[in-house]
Design a protein around this ligand. Structure first.
Ligand code: CO8
Length: 254
């Protein structure tokens, strides 16, 4: 089965994530597929809005931990590796995301890159990187802190706990919370509504709102550099190995 479905209808370019074998974990190949789809939809004259959804029980389990365990520090630096996609944050057109189940780590960073976040009532958001002796590398310390503020961001990033949909709404990470059964239809209705407006104006509004994020580009680069340093550390290797062994990690022991 294809891990991605891309379809265009009524001005909405829809991307459905369905990497079944790893709960949409963001392997490099999967990120490349998503990036190619977003870039193509963003350039397509028939598309005015991009909509990202998951066909699985979770939105996305984050970076592909199994794959990451084989990446060296040199490779991470050379590839500007982040464990997440690049294109969503750069899209010119508005991006709506529908979140069901868990959005973890890189999956939560993908959400943070989107413009309108519609969450199912049972959706949860977390940054469990610290439990692996890792840290976000694709904006988790930057975009998250900008939308939820320092203290909520610190709570999520330093404890790895999951925030439910209503808490995420109150914190500003989510735009709307809807009953689970209404997630797909509500997200599509929002995307279609925006697609019915003037596309150049929608893009200009997006651009203008984005320009409020001063210092973001510098913050993202500094975050990525700090993230890459994890690849040199024993605790990080232990965190990844423990996940794969399905056991609790033991940090600071080697
Ligand atoms: N990477 C690779 N494989 C994964 C991942 C992942 N992130 N998440 C789940 N899988 C695999 C599981 O290993 C399992 O495979 P198998 O059946 O072969 O054992 C399969 O997907 C199904 O998973 P579960 O059986 O665990 O399904 P559950 O419904 O019981 O649990 C969870 C779902 C809660 C999502 C659980 O799988 C989980 O906790 N996953 C890990 C989530 C996580 O920690 N993600 C953050 C990664 S860090 C990140 O994204 C930021 C970038 C920095 C990364 C640096 C280090 C990786």
């Amino acid at each position: 089965m294809a891990s991605l479905i891309v379809a265009v209808s009524e001005g909405v370019g829809r991307i459905v994530l369905q990497r079944v074998e790893a709960l949409n974990a963001l392997s490099r190949a999967f990120c490349d597929e998503i990036d190619a789809a977003v870039v193509a939809l963003d350039a397509s004259p028939g598309v005015r809005v991009i909509l990202i959804t998951s066909a699985l029980k979770h939105f996305c389990a984050g970076a592909d931990i199994r794959e990451m365990a084989g990446i060296t520090h040199e490779e991470a630096v050379a590839e500007a590796f982040t464990g997440c996609v690049k294109s969503v944050a750069d899209a010119r057109k508005p991006v709506v995301v529908a979140v069901n189940g868990l959005a973890a780590g890189g999956g939560c960073e993908l959400v943070e890159m989107c413009d309108i976040v519609v969450a199912a009532e049972s959706a949860r958001f977390c940054h469990p990187e610290i439990t692996l002796a890792a840290m976000p590398g694709a904006g988790g310390t930057q975009r998250l802190a900008r939308v939820v503020g320092k203290h909520v961001a610190m709570d999520l990033l330093l404890t790895g706990r999951a925030m439910n949909a209503h808490e995420a709404l109150a914190a500003g990470l989510v735009s709307r919370v809807v009953p689970d059964a209404d997630l797909a239809s509500t997200a599509l209705a929002i995307a279609r509504q925006i697609a019915g407006f003037s596309s150049p104006v929608a893009c200009r509004i997006k651009d203008s709102v984005r320009s409020t994020q001063t210092g973001l580009a510098e913050g993202l680069l500094a975050e990525r550099d700090r993230f890459h340093r994890c690849f040199l550390e024993n605790d990080f290797r232990e965190g990844l190995q423990a996940f794969m062994d399905k056991r609790a990690p033991v940090f600071g022991q080697r």
